[in-house]
Design a binder for this molecule. Structure first.
Ligand SMILES: [Zn+2]
Length: 238
């Protein structure tokens, strides 16, 4: 989401779980641990460490943090009988060998046909296509409102990032956003489109983001942080 000159709030929001930072007179270096019971990070650091520096350092430990989360909360593979979120609604994967191989979404269920072996791959492909369809339209709407041109929109699964954009007008979004409620997904889309105008998190950027998205930016941001770890586990494993 654009890393240069990130504010404390932006750094903190980029962490997948809440963090408690404690400067200690006795601490000689920064130290991070994961409190499983509370589902949060605890960071101790030397007395004079700034909050911003501590957050930036914690963010650099992202791989380690993700590994801790994965250990505590197992992945949720796409398989017959599993319940997954699609656009924020809980949906059950129903497997019927006689049904179409292309999954179809009906009230509360995702019907998948074909051999059992390929269910995971077919469900993921279905969700990626839906993610690209839905978010391409949203990008176009926000871009029109912002008066900018978008060169391309693509979906991927780029580690910890929900979205990114380039100065040449390309937007890349995580397909996992299609699992999230629409207001959360739209927040990321509006955020990235606003970056096509302002390549920073300045006040002008925030004003544009708020104009495009409408009220509720901070609520959507907080919700993404809360549900993010689950969205990252869905469809993994097996
Ligand atoms: Zn950003």
């Amino acid at each position: 989401m654009w890393s240069s000159g990130r504010s404390e709030a932006a750094l903190e929001a980029a962490l997948p779980v809440p963090i408690d930072i404690r400067p200690l007179r006795s601490a000689r270096r920064l130290r991070l641990r994961f409190d499983e019971a509370r589902g949060m990070l605890k960071l101790t650091c030397p007395w004079r460490t700034s909050r911003r520096a501590a957050l930036a350092w914690a963010l650099d430990q992202r791989d380690w943090i993700e590994a801790q989360l994965a250990r505590v909360e197992p992945p949720q593979p796409f398989e017959a009988g599993a319940t997954i979120p699609v656009e924020g609604e809980e949906v059950r994967i129903l497997w019927d060998p006689a049904a179409s191989r292309t999954p179809s979404l009906t009230a509360g269920a995702l019907l998948v046909g074909g051999p059992e072996a390929g269910i995971g791959r077919r469900v993921e492909l279905f969700l990626k296509r839906r993610a690209l369809d839905v978010m391409s339209r949203e990008v176009a709407d926000y871009a029109a409102a912002a008066g900018v041109t978008v060169r391309s929109v693509s979906v991927g699964d780029a580690g910890s990032r929900w979205g990114s954009c380039s100065s040449t007008g390309r937007i890349r979004l995580s397909w996992r956003l299609i699992l999230a409620p629409p207001n959360v997904r739209r927040y990321v889309v509006a955020h990235e489109v606003a970056h096509l105008v302002h390549l920073d998190h300045s006040d002008r950027f925030k004003a544009l983001e708020a104009r495009l998205y409408g009220p509720g930016v901070s609520e959507a941001k907080a919700a993404l942080r809360r549900i993010g770890p689950r969205l990252r586990r869905v469809g993994r494993g097996r």
